[in-house]
Structure formats: structure tokens, C-alpha cells
Ligand binder design. Structure first.
Ligand code: ZN
Length: 214
């Protein structure tokens, strides 16, 4: 059934979200906005409103804290995401996972394609699925194309942990959650992760919980 809200434009919806200062509420799994896919960004927000929206995504990602946030996660079905990873991890984790620092970036209309058959499998989580993590095998290296927030073309190769982040966030824009790609038997609560699975790689978890790694 239609409600007045259905008729609000995306710009109105974003203005409404930004009326309150501070981090935006993050939408949790089960909300259809995470599953419907998104509209390509094509000027639905003017330059000033886009800048304010991107800043709100940045503040929300930092507050969570997370290393990426996609517009549908704050209820906005636009093809926009932000990423940033200071990578505050021990050296053995940095080496095993290729988790190198990633500066703040805005991804507008991103899409990715795997480069080669190599896959990497690690635990990951999602701000929209709080409290849980699971192992996802993803392309080890991807080519990401799209634009930045100023409309400049983006065409870049990502490897290591940044490749995982851009795949996870771009998937959100297509209505895909990491759980859709995860090994179901790897699902672990944050508490179990802290107790059992702090190793740099998921090999021990794979043996103990009974799932395959690539
Ligand atoms: Zn996510």
C-alpha cells in the first residue's frame, strides 16, 4: 500500500535524514532497502546535498566503527558508498590478510570485476548484521570502475583487504549481503570470534567448524 513517504524524492529523504546532527541510524538485515538494489547516481542530490550526505556517511562509518558504508545501509537506495580503513592490526594479520591502510574514498556508481581466478577467504562482518561474522571467499584482486564524488572517473585495481572492502560495499548496492556469499558453517558470534578465531587466517576455524576454504 502506498504511503506519502513513497512519493518523497530521494533528495527529500536525504534532507530528512540530515535534519538531525551526528551519526545516522544504520539499517539492519531484514529491511527491504538492503535487498532492492539502488538507482545509479545521476544528480538526484545537488552538489551541496551530495557533499553533506557523503560527510554523514563518513561520520556514521567512523562512529560505528566500520571500514565501509553503503547508502542503502542508511536507508537511501542510491549507488554510493564510502570506505576508509586505518588498518590498526598486528603485523602478522596485516601480512596474512593484505590489510593495508586505505584512505577515505567515495565510490559513486561502482562496479567490479575479478582479475584472475585467485580467491581469498577470511572472516568478515557487516554493520547491518551486528554481532556476527562469517568466512567469505572473494576474488583476491578486482578492477573497480565508477566515479568519485566529483564525477571524476575511477578505474583502479584493488588487492588484499581493500579488494574485500570494495566488493562488500559494491555488493550492498546490488542488494547483496556478505551472508549470501559466506560459508554457512563458518557463522560465528563476535563472542565466539574473540574466544576462538583470532588467528590471522581461518584455517583452524575451517577444520573445527567443518567448512571448505578455496
Ligand atoms: Zn556491510
Amino acid at each position: 500500500m502506498a504511503t506519502p513517504r513513497d512519493h518523497a524524492t530521494l533528495a527529500d529523504r536525504v534532507e530528512e535524514l540530515l535534519a538531525t546532527d551526528g551519526p545516522l541510524p544504520i539499517v539492519a538485515a531484514g529491511d527491504p532497502v538492503l535487498r532492492r538494489g539502488t538507482e545509479r547516481f545521476d544528480g538526484q542530490l545537488d552538489t551541496a546535498l551530495l557533499a553533506r550526505f557523503v560527510e554523514a556517511l563518513r561520520v556514521t562509518m567512523h562512529a560505528a566503527p566500520g571500514v565501509g558504508l553503503a547508502a542503502p545501509q542508511v536507508g537511501v537506495p542510491l549507488r554510493i558508498a564510502v570506505i576508509e580503513d586505518p588498518a590498526p592490526v598486528p603485523d602478522e594479520v596485516r601480512l596474512a590478510r593484505g590489510r593495508v591502510p586505505q584512505p577515505f574514498r567515495v565510490l559513486v556508481n561502482p562496479s567490479y570485476e575479478p582479475l584472475g581466478p585467485a580467491r581469498a577467504a577470511f572472516f568478515e562482518g557487516c554493520l547491518s548484521v551486528p554481532g556476527w561474522q562469517a568466512v567469505v571467499a572473494r576474488a583476491a584482486e578486482v578492477r573497480l570502475t565508477g566515479e568519485d564524488e566529483h564525477g571524476h572517473a575511477l578505474d583502479e585495481v584493488f588487492g588484499g583487504w581493500p579488494a574485500r572492502i570494495v566488493q562488500h560495499e559494491t555488493d550492498h548496492l546490488d542488494g547483496t549481503l556478505y551472508l549470501d556469499r559466506a560459508e554457512p558453517r563458518s557463522l560465528a558470534s563476535n563472542q565466539a570470534m574473540a574466544q576462538w578465531w583470532t588467528q590471522p587466517t581461518p584455517e583452524e576455524a575451517a577444520k573445527a567448524l567443518g567448512f571448505d576454504l578455496p
